[in-house]
Design a protein around this ligand. Structure first.
Ligand SMILES: [Zn+2]
Length: 718
């Protein structure tokens, strides 16, 4: 069922917008709307099903996919036929839901490079303060606690087992492994009211459908995942029904975004913002307030969920929240026509941030949807929900009006994009294992042309996705092959050179990466992103002077770009300009105290200055933000060694290597310390592995040291 196409929905007993409106003048609103006495204590269950398109649920008119558990919730509660997300991406979208604000306020624009800031107020924080027990159960690494959504939860279960699974699978866990601990937690609840958020990830790629659904849905694995997820929730709802608690529980079910499934040329989600990915299902069940079979046809937004949930339980909505409670809408307040839907902002910036494509921002206003791109788009939602017919040329007046509205929505935003950080390699690897882009940061440019429009680039995007999969699997040659083929076809697209350079760097071929980037700059790709990447590659091949010259210029032109400032500080430190480096580190960390890589690099700078205690403080601090930050463990190991605390040193090196197995420097130190402690067998194993994983060209000196120690061990008769 789609908005504006309500007719086919014959299976449901429809009560459109009208339950419980026997409200009389002067009566308190709250009591007038009750259908039955409100439970003394209302519990809250928020379910987000990742990547679930509205039109794949039975209750939304889908006949090919079996989703009886969710359909039943809809018949017992309210179904919203037109709920929209503000981002077609997991982390930003969940930040929208959990804070009631969108990315313009909370600043989380992509899955990588952003954290929900501590000052954001989350639903869990508000409910926790109101006396609720709170718990979250999440199904994928992209919502790992490191990204900041854990704020306010007593329990944040983001445990993603990686035992024995290949790399590509380890960043998610199947729905039954998420629902099971949630069910256990619910069963243990006592007197206090509770709030549980359960996030399942299965419909997202990669798709692994368990038998026997894998046979039923052999032709459409996406549908199979949706059906499996529905099945996984059966036991949880059975439990709530049987224990008599379902009718005192406010159930809110939605998804973070949909899935392209090939429509508009988009296979997955994130690049575009068509209704295939922005339109999400929304079902709310609360039998004391909502008549069974209610359908709300007016457009609603993700940011409306937080105020709605809080109004349901009579907890004041925090001032920062930007959405509006939907309770009045559910109760058909005012009778007749509901108030017009408020405008809804949306954005899809991941292709801009990671690939340098044009940024996508847009707005829903009345029946219109405007997408601001170099080739702009305007659609009439009341007639063209599938967005087949771009009216931008024909309705220029309307389009301009919407563009003005959108400008009004975005001009107060201090871009917020410049705070984007470089993810450490482990985080990047795990995000890439989920198929997410996590490239080097690409700041927003001043001008984008039609050649940068994602509509023109989406075909290449599919091949770049293939390249991202190869990169995640560390198949560098395969990735290189794909990129060279794209370059042969479209040599003018400079972004490909940048991606190729990043692949070559990760493959341990920084000199070749440098040559590729120099070629790209000669072709005129001298933008901020390309220069940043060039400087960062120069640093890797120890050409600090050239790197610093480029970074000084970038920093002068974009003083807010913390990534450039951070890299400049590193370059200055390497060049021995200790004072300026220190001042810059302090500036960067003053602007973003949670910038873990910068904090850790400051620690390394202090080590080079022989200021060990201060260095240690920076590493300890970095590890508070990210316990698995390998370079910080590595730095701590060196300090322990210096203080002859051998066991602690070994421990730090082991932690560094656990987080980042190819951190060769830490492996060499580990081998040396073990040898010093005469643990020769272990030392030999580590040093041999170090030699096997490094090569003569880049680590000749360290290799010579390892060989000398191995020789000593051999000669001492071991
Ligand atoms: Zn998602």
């Amino acid at each position: 069922m789609r908005p504006g196409y309500l007719a086919p929905l014959a299976a449901l007993a429809l009560v459109v917008l009208a339950p419980g409106c026997g409200q009389e003048e002067g009566q308190p609103r709250r009591q007038a709307q009750l259908l039955q006495p409100a439970p003394e204590q209302i519990n809250i269950l928020l379910i987000t099903i990742d990547t679930l398109r509205g039109d794949y649920l039975g209750c939304y008119g889908q006949e090919e996919v079996s989703t009886p558990v969710i359909d039943r919730l809809a018949t017992e509660g309210a179904l919203f036929s037109f709920c929209v997300a503000h981002n077609p991406l997991t982390l930003p979208s969940h930040a929208n839901i959990l804070t009631g604000t969108d990315a313009r306020t909370h600043g989380v624009h992509d899955n990588s490079g952003f954290r929900l800031p501590p000052e954001a107020v989350t639903l869990a924080e508000v409910l926790g303060e109101a006396g609720y027990d709170t718990a979250a159960f999440v199904g994928a690494f992209v919502l790992d606690s490191r990204f900041g959504l854990e704020q306010g939860f007593d329990l944040y279960d983001d445990y993603i087992s990686s035992a024995g699974t290949p790399d590509l699978l380890q960043a998610e866990r199947p729905a039954d492994e998420v629902v099971e601990p949630a069910l256990r937690w619910l069963a243990e609840r006592g007197e206090e009211p509770w709030f549980a958020w359960v996030h399942v990830y299965d419909p997202h790629v990669p798709r692994h459908v368990p038998a026997p659904l894998s046979e039923t849905y052999a032709d459409n694995l996406y549908a199979g995942e949706v059906s499996y997820v529905d099945y996984a929730f059966r036991e949880l709802f059975d439990h709530l029904r049987e224990s008599g608690r379902l009718d005192s529980t406010l159930v809110v079910l939605t998804s973070d975004h949909g899935e392209g499934l090939g429509d508009h040329g988009e296979r997955t989600h994130g690049t575009f913002a068509y209704n295939t990915t922005l339109w999400v299902p929304l079902i709310i069940r609360a039998p004391w307030r909502i008549a069974p079979g209610t359908v709300v046809d007016r457009r609603v937004r993700h940011i409306d969920l937080l105020p709605t949930i809080l109004e349901f339980v009579d907890v004041p909505v925090p001032e920062a929240a930007e959405g509006e409670s939907l309770l009045g809408l559910l109760a058909g307040e005012g009778g007749g026509e509901p108030a017009p839907a408020p405008d809804s902002y949306f954005e899809a910036l991941t292709a801009m941030l990671n690939r340098g494509w044009a940024p996508l921002r847009g707005v829903f206003h009345q029946q219109w949807k405007f997408i601001d791109l170099p080739i702009p788009e305007l659609y009439d939602m009341s007639r063209d929900f599938d967005e087949d017919s771009n009216l931008f040329e024909r309705r220029a007046g309307t389009a301009n009006r919407l563009r003005t509205i959108l400008r009004g929505l975005t001009e107060s935003e201090e871009s917020g994009l410049s705070v984007r950080r470089r993810e450490d390699s482990e985080t990047r690897r795990r995000l890439q294992a989920l198929g997410y882009l996590a490239g080097s940061p690409q700041p927003e440019r001043e001008h984008y042309g039609p050649e940068d429009d994602p509509k023109r680039l989406i075909g290449l995007g599919a091949r770049l996705d293939e390249c991202a999969v190869a990169t995640a699997a560390r198949q560098w040659e395969r990735a290189e092959e794909i990129l060279l083929a794209i370059i042969a076809e479209r040599p003018q697209m400079t972004i490909t050179y940048q991606i190729l350079a990043s692949v070559l760097t990760q493959a341990g071929r920084p000199d070749e990466a440098l040559a590729v980037l120099e070629q790209a700059t000669e072709m005129g790709a001298g933008g901020q992103t390309c220069l940043f990447q060039l400087a960062s590659t120069l640093m890797q091949v120890n050409q600090y002077e050239r790197a610093v010259a480029i970074l000084e210029e970038l920093h002068r032109r974009h003083p807010d770009d913390l990534n450039a400032a951070h890299l400049l500080a590193n370059g200055l430190s390497r060049q021995g300009e200790a004072r300026r480096a220190e001042r810059l580190y302090n500036e960067v960390l003053g602007a973003d105290p949670t910038f873990v890589d910068a904090r850790c690099d400051f620690g390394w700078h202090l080590l080079r200055e022989n200021r060990f205690d201060e260095g240690r403080a920076q590493f300890d601090n970095a590890l508070q933000y990210d316990q698995e930050h390998a370079p910080s463990h590595h730095g701590l190991g060196l300090i322990h060694e210096r203080n002859q605390r051998w066991r602690e040193a070994i421990d730090s090196y082991c932690q560094a290597l656990e987080a980042e197995p190819d951190r060769h420097g830490a492996r060499l130190r580990l081998g040396m310390v073990l040898a010093r402690l005469r643990r020769f067998d272990e030392a030999t194993a580590e040093l041999r592995r170090f030699l096997a994983e490094t090569d003569e060209s880049s680590e000749a000196e360290d290799r010579a040291r390892a060989l000398r120690v191995l020789d000593l061990i051999r000669r001492s008769g071991n």
